[in-house]
Design a protein around this ligand. Structure first.
Ligand code: 5AD
Ligand code: SF4
Length: 474
């Protein structure tokens, strides 16, 4: 499963004001793993003298970290490359230069084809070789067009440099940490098994080292990432194979780390040890992204999800029995080939039973090379649009009911960053909702008790709880 909420594009944000360094602008599309990867690419480039800029006009290198999950996401890259061509032309007309790289899942899936379609591109680099970026750029400087999409034999994580503490601190008090990459599930709609390859789990010691480094630089909350994160099965500190539940237990022992999350999970890999971790670990936040995609058994079968709607509902019951306050989040696809009106109704019924606190839903987008793309009975676009609208209305209703149910409650809030108005900070509730509160910027990184006063469309409002110290470290 992917790491998603597919977010809007975002720019890596470690800025530099130095004059004589090389500058890289990284634009990130898609999922949280791409956000993490962009930071790691910035770390690799730092050792090559690059500093990150948020201004493409002053960059020597533009890197697009791309997403291939749906057609729209992939096409965005080519329209961006059109704009970049103009930038490069005006730069070279003025005697300057600009290198352009495409990374991420479009790079992996399309390779050489990208340079054919967009000759402005100098470098195409797949996710498994980011540690080789400096070497690849040296070849570009030597006049080559470089396509680097082979899977590396060496462990990229062993070769990616650790970021400096001040760089980590500049990225905020929450951080992503990839523990697992790739997917062996082969859902028939999904490109991930092809773009990210088969499942690879990082060993416990490597993960703990990275987590400790983050925490020592001020990170309070870590979200473990994997395309199918709960399939993680890495070598443990005792030399045996561990599952994600055991890894979370180990990470929760790190002093100063206050909160743990993980995303994204497949229902079939939700084992007992992981459910028990939700019961036992105070640091593991009561939030779980557990996509089901559809509510009809025949669609689930055609999607190769290898579970029924009822299996999923029983799993949800077990998780809720272990952690009654857990909020569930999901992903849905409408209009998968062969989905009938009755199949779609089954999705609505499942949604009604689960009542998701948060959800992401999409129209099916046939992806080249996946089995779904070759199925007959593709659903017409207008039917997909109508279904999506109905589904989203129901999901929105549940989401706002969940938000309303928080009003009046006292919760712990991790203060993350300044809000839009002076005097405001934005934090996250245990259930991942953005919460706005009046607080001092010096409190960023603290977890404070607040009372929720109001539910807005996308965020909650809160006030500090009077008479309490207002500061706890866990
Ligand atoms: N079409 C539409 N949505 C898709 N997703 C993955 N592949 C496709 C596709 N071909 C959705 C799934 C997944 C989320 C990240 O994106 O719901 O969980
Ligand atoms: Fe997730 Fe299925 Fe895609 Fe794997 S194949 S990443 S489980 S949607």
């Amino acid at each position: 499963m992917h790491t998603q909420a597919q977010t809007d594009t975002s720019d890596v944000s470690v800025k530099d004001t130095g004059k004589n360094t090389r500058k890289v602008f990284v634009k990130t599309y898609g999922c949280q793993m791409n956000v993490y990867d962009s930071e790691r690419m910035a770390d690799a480039l730092a050792s090559d003298g690059y500093r990150v800029t948020d201004n493409p006009e002053e960059a020597d290198l533009l890197l697009l970290n791309t997403c291939h999950i749906r057609e729209k996401a992939a096409e965005k890259v080519y329209s961006e490359l059109g704009r970049i061509r103009q930038l490069k032309e005006s730069r070279t007309a003025n005697g300057g230069d600009l290198m352009v790289g495409v990374a991420g899942c479009v790079a992996q899936a399309e390779g050489q084809e990208i340079i054919r379609r967009a000759p402005v591109v100098d470098l195409v680099i797949g996710p498994q070789t980011y540690h080789r970026l400096p070497e690849a750029l040296a070849r570009v400087r030597g006049g080559e067009k470089v396509v680097e999409t082979e899977y590396a034999i060496e462990d990229k994580f062993e070769h990616l440099p650790e970021p400096e503490k001040k760089v980590i601190a500049s990225r905020g008090v929450t951080a992503f940490l990839t523990v697992q990459e790739g997917c062996d599930k082969f859902c028939t709609f999904c490109v991930v098994p092809y773009t990210r390859g088969s499942e690879v789990s990082r060993p416990v010691e490597q993960i703990v080292r990275e987590a400790e480094n983050l925490v020592s630089a001020g990170v309070r909350e870590i979200t473990l990432l994997g395309q199918n994160v709960n399939a993680w099965h890495g070598e443990g500190s005792d030399g045996r194979e561990w599952g994600l539940g055991a890894l979370l237990r180990r990470l929760s022992e790190i002093d100063g780390l206050a909160r743990l999350r993980y995303t994204t999970s497949h229902p079939r890999d939700m084992d007992e040890a992981l459910i028990e971790a939700h019961r036992d670990l105070a640091k593991l936040m009561p939030y779980l992204h557990l996509p089901v995609q559809a509510g009809s058994d025949s669609v689930l079968k055609a999607m190769n999800r290898r579970h029924t709607a009822d299996d999923y509902l029983r799993l949800v019951d077990r998780i809720r029995a272990a952690r009654p306050d857990i909020a569930l989040s999901g992903d849905f696809i409408v209009g998968f080939p062969g989905e009938s009106d009755a199949d779609f109704e089954a999705t609505l019924q499942l949604v009604d039973k689960v009542r998701y606190a948060q959800a992401f839903s999409f129209k099916y987008s046939p992806r080249p090379g996946t089995p779904g793309a070759d199925l007959g009975e593709q659903v017409p676009e207008d039917v997909k649009s109508q279904r999506l609208e109905r589904l989203q209305a129901l999901l929105r209703k549940h989401q706002s009911e969940f938000a309303e149910s928080c009003v009046g409650r006292q919760i712990d809030l991790l203060l993350e960053k300044p809000g839009r108005l002076p005097g405001q900070l934005i934090g996250r509730s245990p259930w991942l909702q953005p919460v706005i509160v009046d607080a001092n910027p010096s409190q960023i990184g603290e977890i404070i008790p607040v009372r929720i006063t109001q539910a807005g469309t996308n965020s909650l409002f809160a006030e500090k709880v009077q008479g309490e110290s207002g500061s706890s470290t866990i």
